[in-house]
Ligand binder design. Structure first.
Ligand code: CTP
Ligand code: CA
Length: 218
């Protein structure tokens, strides 16, 4: 670790990272979200900054402290995250989508607080933009694009599908079938996939894992 703290192998690199959940408002007091803590994305931002990179972190709501030297851009919704990321993307040498972006958002926002009425309530939702896929379509040859895949079954098969459909250079496959790892945990177990490689990593603390991810990508 000591060696890692002093190495500046990401000097002069611009790195864009997304982290945390998004929140999709239903009415003034309610939202749809997920259990993402933001820890993996923040660990990546911290590791990249230690290693000399110029880091922008587009973050949904989290309880985490902004790592030293990192330019944090706070967002709430998937749509705000998309706007913030697209603004930074052209400048980024490496982009890592670690955020747990909502796949759906309420079709209509209720300006007034919803009143309880019937025994059942149907909420209509619509798809959000797949930001990673959008970046995959826009990506230049000199840019590296990395996504995550959170899977509770068929980890590698589903992650490989995401690698292809989103045109990412790497997908970090995240097994969320074990409740004790991945989401909101301090540890994570991942496999890094590219079109022609697969590297499984042992269960590890997210901060150490972040350094190993950069070791591997470099
Ligand atoms: N992602 C994104 N924009 C979205 C949804 C996901 O950029 N609207 C990104 C995530 O940040 C992650 C990758 O896509 O890097 C995979 O996210 P994941 O939720 O695992 O997969 P989805 O493509 O959303 O498919 P599904 O949830 O159905 O498995
Ligand atoms: Ca999803």
């Amino acid at each position: 670790v000591e060696k890692e703290l002093t190495k500046k192998d990401l000097q002069d690199k611009k790195i864009l990272i997304s982290a945390g959940p998004t929140r999709e408002a239903i009415d003034p007091v309610r939202f749809l979200s997920n259990y993402s803590s933001g820890k993996m994305g923040y660990a990546l931002a911290k590791a990249a900054s230690y290693r000399g990179a110029d880091v922008s972190l587009v973050s949904g709501p989290t309880q985490l402290q902004t790592p030293l030297g990192v330019n944090k851009i706070e967002v709430e919704t998937a749509s705000e995250m998309e706007t913030a990321i697209l603004k930074e993307f052209k400048e980024a040498d490496i982009t890592i989508m670690a955020a747990a972006v909502a796949d759906y958002t309420p079709k209509n926002y209720n300006k007034e607080k919803l009143k309880k009425r019937d025994a059942e309530l149907k909420l209509e939702l619509k798809r959000t933009t797949d930001i990673l896929k959008e970046l995959g379509a826009k990506k230049r040859k000199d840019q590296l694009l990395v996504g995550f895949a959170a899977e509770s079954e068929d980890l590698i098969k589903n992650a490989r599908k995401k690698l292809a459909s989103k045109k990412a250079d790497y997908i970090i496959a995240n097994d969320i079938s074990d409740k004790n790892i991945a989401f909101a945990s301090d540890k994570n177990k991942i496999t890094i996939l590219s079109q022609n490689s697969s590297q499984a990593m042992p269960l590890e603390n997210k901060e150490d894992l972040a350094h190993k991810i950069f070791d591997y990508l470099i």
